[in-house]
Design a binder for this molecule. Structure first.
Ligand SMILES: Cc1cc2nc3c(=O)[nH]c(=O)nc-3n(C[C@H](O)[C@H](O)[C@H](O)COP(=O)(O)OP(=O)(O)OC[C@H]3O[C@@H](n4cnc5c(N)ncnc54)[C@H](O)[C@@H]3O)c2cc1C
Length: 411
């Protein structure tokens, strides 16, 4: 038996304030139990957001017996707050990531990200999940962080890595999109969806294959043995399984802390329905190389979903007055860029946001443990990275190694 590894209770915080748009859409929950109906689980997944949902689908597909636990009702974590721009474009531009981890690995990470978006589109179609999953293009605008020269360099780096990207100069950008910036990159392989309906649909598939969800169930402690893992719950119960995967988003046990991972604050809004929007906008995700950045996309019924204004403060999002100021700032930036006015947003929310210094997620065995995996550090690519995590962890638990697992290992 390995040395028991006891840890302190998990960090607890409210993950968001305000009302996310998706909270008022249908089909965003999953039935759950007060206690598991049986014992002897192959895998316990802690967390029922998009990370836990995609992993539960992947593992039950391989006939694993899966139990999911959540301290909240299913799907009431950060996934409900996501603006769900599903992009292969990583927050850290490829030419910069290449400086940090080398061109070969950076290219591999970007290609894997592109593959994950395609895989998610295919999975959603295969499982017929009704979540308004739509293939989109993405327009990445030059801003105060990257001007047109850096944008050209970025487009070239992507070509070198085998990732399609069209550089648009200021005139082309103005002519096609009416946007006044010094340059932009237009790319394919993006999508958007209702993130809560997506995760709920995946959980339903996993449950139909025998997975169970227990909620509320707060994990406070882990103990690893040579043949399994025991989890202590806040109510004193103990549950065990062959392996455990923490898909707990921006809350994590101290054992899972990494110097590369930090929690920031972010803000988002959704307009009233019925805005008059340019024809191209429904097919596009738009974001900018600026700090702080603005990003936006449309939602059904002529709405705009916009967000950004991120700051590296782990708790600022809990301040309601700051949320109102940030919503105004987002709306004002959007007006300046596109002429679209959002005088009174229909939905405004603020949330925690976990990111890593290289923009890549942390996926893999927790240091000192073999049977405890974690996935975190998702940044602006949370949904894409959750897809990669499901693939990497499912391979590990199957006894094989995903060819890109080394890119995301604990660091
Ligand atoms: C405002 C905002 C906008 C975003 N926009 C985008 C975007 O456009 N595109 C994109 O790809 N990503 C985006 N993201 C990121 C993405 O939404 C997240 O990375 C993703 O939803 C995280 O999913 P998750 O399943 O890891 O976490 P969560 O959805 O938070 O699920 C984790 C679950 O674990 C549970 N849990 C935690 N600790 C414990 C414990 N000890 N015991 C039991 N249960 C526990 C929680 O209750 C929670 O339900 C955005 C995030 C925010 C906040």
């Amino acid at each position: 038996m390995n040395q028991p590894d006891f840890t302190a209770p998990p960090r607890s915080r409210s993950l968001r304030i305000g009302t996310p748009f998706w909270a008022e859409t249908p089909n965003i929950s999953a039935p759950c139990l007060a206690a598991p109906s049986q014992r002897g689980w192959d895998v316990i997944i802690v967390g029922t957001g998009i990370g836990g949902a995609l992993l539960a689908e992947a593992l039950t597909r391989k006939k694993q017996r899966v139990l999911l636990l959540d301290r909240r009702q299913p799907l009431r974590g950060s996934t409900l707050a996501s603006t769900a721009m599903i992009q292969h474009e990583i927050d850290v531009p490829l030419h910069r990531l290449a400086r940090q981890i080398g061109a070969k690995d950076a290219g591999r990470a970007w290609r894997r990200s592109a593959r994950a978006v395609e895989d998610l589109l295919a999975l959603t179609a295969e499982l017929k999940i009704d979540c308004r999953m739509e293939r989109k293009q993405a327009l990445y605008l030059a801003g105060d962080d990257m001007g047109h020269r850096a944008m050209m360099m970025e487009a070239e780096a992507r070509h070198q890595a085998g990732i399609a990207a069209d550089y648009l100069d200021a005139a082309a950008l103005q002519q096609r999109f009416g946007i006044d910036r010094t340059g932009a990159i237009l790319s394919d392989i993006s999508a958007s969806a209702n993130p809560a309906q997506l995760a709920a649909g995946l959980l339903a598939v996993a449950q139909a294959r025998g997975a169970e969800i227990v909620s509320p169930a707060e994990v406070t402690d882990i103990m690893e043995f040579s043949d399994g893992v025991a989890l202590a719950l806040a109510d004193g119960k103990i549950l065990s399984a062959g392996a455990v995967v923490f898909c707990t988003g921006y809350e994590f046990l101290p054992a899972m802390q990494s110097a590369r991972h930090r929690i920031a604050s972010t803000w988002a809004l959704v307009s009233e329905a019925g805005l008059k929007l340019p024809d191209w906008m429904d097919q596009m995700l738009v974001w900018e190389a600026a700090n702080p950045y603005l990003y936006f996309r449309t939602a059904p019924g002529g709405r705009i979903v916009a967000g950004g204004e991120d700051v590296g403060d782990a708790t600022l999002y809990t301040d309601a007055a700051v949320m109102r100021r940030k919503a105004k700032a987002i709306a004002e930036k959007l007006r300046k860029l596109t002429g679209i006015r959002i005088d009174k947003p229909a939905y405004v929310w603020a949330a925690a946001f976990g990111e890593t210094s290289d923009g890549l997620p942390i996926i893999g065995a927790v240091p000192g443990m073999n049977r405890v995996q974690t996935v975190m550090g998702f940044g602006g690519n949370g949904i894409t990275y959750a897809m990669i995590a499901a693939q990497v962890v499912a391979a590990t638990l199957d006894g094989s190694t995903d060819p890109d697992a080394d890119l995301f290992a604990y660091r």
